[in-house]
Design a protein around this ligand. Structure first.
Ligand code: C2E
Ligand code: MG
Ligand code: MG
Ligand code: MG
Length: 292
């Protein structure tokens, strides 16, 4: 209907839409300045190995300290970064900042910490993802296997040949590849096997009600057994309770991540989290006990 009316009138441009357009422009302008003004920061969420109960890595999650507003969630600005093409620059920054942190930890008492970064499909379009990754590793003296790239199924569904070539290139150097939000997309296993994948990340959607919804529990179990038969690692995201944790443990999941252990933290607080963990003699009570 808007189309028909739009031919000779501008009726479909309501004042409310004007306001939305204005807000979007403002946000876009602020985002352009955010990189140069160093307003982006990475938070780190611990990834815990289930059989030892110890933190073995972290996921780097982007945050924007917007002046006069405060901490802004990536859900609010990643889509706009993608639409405007700014994600290329921000994505490069994320990879460099994560490698800088891995290098810092490597040469400190923290030691080797595997860090994953989220990669948007648009970063493949720019053509320089492999260049960005190898440069960041090299500049920071970081072994490639300490860096992991998280990609979603939808990212892998687009741009196939170029994406495969790029991933194979970084993979040859030892960079790890995982599929984020696994189980929510529409890709088939036959399709995914063409990519050099190391790990599946079970989406929070199946973890949330894993203890009360038998379907979700069955899906999580299917993903875990499938991952293992394909010799892939498997991690569950969004673990918030001891009950979810013990369910995933019984199912044989390798790693877990979620508020039950910690929210994403600034680097210094992440280090503090590690120190507290190291001070504990044995794995947390909820983690103790036989695996199956
Ligand atoms: P994701 O990669 O699936 O990240 C998981 C999200 O779940 C994060 O939200 C994390 O803070 C949140 N989370 C962690 N534990 C729990 C839990 O126990 N319960 C619940 N309810 N949530 C939990 P966040 O940090 O807001 O990031 C949202 C999404 O934004 C990410 O989803 C990712 O797709 C995207 N993103 C974040 N950083 C980057 C980045 O550097 N580049 C790109 N391209 N995307 C990013
Ligand atoms: Mg992720
Ligand atoms: Mg995820
Ligand atoms: Mg998710």
């Amino acid at each position: 209907r808007a189309k028909r009316a739009g031919r000779d009138t501008y009726r479909f441009f309501t004042p409310q839409m004007d306001e939305e357009v204005r807000k979007r422009r403002e946000l876009e302008g602020a985002l352009r300045k955010a990189i140069d003004n160093e307003e982006f920061v990475l938070f780190y969420q611990p990834k815990v190995q289930l059989d030892t109960g110890r933190t073995v890595g972290a996921e780097a999650l982007l945050r924007w300290r917007r002046p006069g507003v405060g901490m802004v969630s990536p859900l609010e600005f990643i889509p706009l970064l993608e639409e405007t093409g700014l994600i290329g620059r921000v994505g490069s920054w994320v990879i460099m900042a994560a490698c800088r942190q891995i290098g810092k930890w490597l040469r400190s008492s923290v030691g080797p910490m595997q860090v994953s970064v989220n990669v948007s499909g648009h970063q493949f379009g720019e053509g320089g993802l492999d260049r960005d990754v190898l440069r960041a590793l090299n500049d920071n003296g970081v072994p490639a296997d300490l860096l992991e790239l998280e990609l979603t199924e939808s990212t892998l569904m687009a741009n196939t040949e170029h994406t495969i070539a790029t991933l194979r290139h970084v993979k040859r150097h030892g960079v790890q590849i995982s599929i984020d939000d696994f189980g929510t997309g529409y890709s088939s296993l036959a399709y995914l096997r063409r990519f050099p994948i190391d790990k599946l990340k079970i989406d929070i959607a199946f973890v949330r009600d894993i203890t009360s919804n038998p379907d979700d529990a069955a899906i999580a179990l299917a993903i875990i057994s499938m991952a293992h038969s394909l010799k892939l690692g498997v991690i569950a995201e969004g673990v918030e309770t001891a009950e979810q944790l013990s369910c995933l443990r019984r199912q044989g999941c390798d790693q877990v991540q979620g508020y039950y252990f910690s929210a994403p933290l600034p680097a210094d607080q992440f280090e503090q989290f590690l120190r507290k963990e190291a001070a504990r003699p044995a794995p947390a009570a909820a983690l103790a006990g036989p695996r199956r």
